[in-house]
Design a protein around this ligand. Sequence first.
Ligand code: PLP
Length: 364
Amino acid sequence: MVSTYLDYNATAPLRPEAKQAMIVVMGAPGNPSSVHEYGQMARAHVEEARRNVAALVGALPENIIFTSGGTEANHQALNAFSDRVIITTPVEHMAVLAAAPDALLIDVDDNGIIDLDHLENLLRTYRGGALVSVMAANNETGVIQPLDAVVRLAREYDALVHSDAVQHFGKGFAGLRSSGVDMLTVSAHKIGGPTGVGALVIRDGLSVPPVLIGGGQESRRRGGTENLSGIVGFGAAAAAVQAAGDGWLTQLQTWHQNLEDYLLAKSDAVIFGRQVERLANTSAIAMPGRMAETQVMRFDLAGVAVSAGAACSSGKVAASHVLEAMKAGDLAHQTIRVSSGWASTEEDFNRFAEIWLQVYKNQV
Ligand code: PLP
């Protein structure tokens, strides 16, 4: 049985506030488009959630389009302007890379940070006709991209900017207005809301066509009866994150820092992105010579849930495309991700460190 959960970037445990709010609305029939009292109540819940998500993401409520998650929001953003050339990065989540298979890729350095000169060259070539999509923070390494500079360059060359902020949202992200991007993707389950709900957030005045066409829900920007309990859980999680302030992030950062210092002192571990700005909750740790899958299985047997950057599909071991883009060599197969969140404790980190050293010394 899992007793130590350190895989928050995959999904965070549901916050009690979200669970409670969802239970309340699950009891009654709830189609927010219905005219009767049940419908009105459902509508009120959706709009309250929209205000809570808007407050956390620094946008106006009317600019939140609820979707089935980050994947759908990315898909909508990247398909909204089909006349534009898409410029993105090789370290994006597959939800971006697969949605824009013909995109041009910006070079990245060994930390996975984009090369702004290369971006400028691409923008110069496609002046007035580009959509740039750069993630706010990477899901595998936590490395934060220079979004401010991306937005500045994009303005100069009359490009639009989308950012997949699924991992940065709720963890110190500046917000839509402060970042200056045109479109932003967020997802509920990374902040302690339920899976299967997210949002595309757009700047004032931007018109984004629907991908799912049906009823006129979400102001004609996303057809389909709203996922009432999911949206309500998302809103409650957003409110809980906002109420918690930033203190917990400082705490997580200290625990990650201490863990990394400890492992580096005891082994030849490699920590990706250690010298650059990173999310407070993420450590990508390579154990040279030991396959990531083996590590993850050993951790699992010891009751510790972490994940590999490398994915295993149809029996084939694939290296992490993020670490490959960072030119990590063999370490792209040997790195696991430790990601923490709202319910993590110092004990979780101590337990992880203990098992990590046992695996390292081949004792488990
Ligand atoms: N983008 C990033 C950076 C992610 O980490 C994830 C989830 O792992 C997604 C998009 C997809 O979000 P969702 O699971 O809500 O579809």
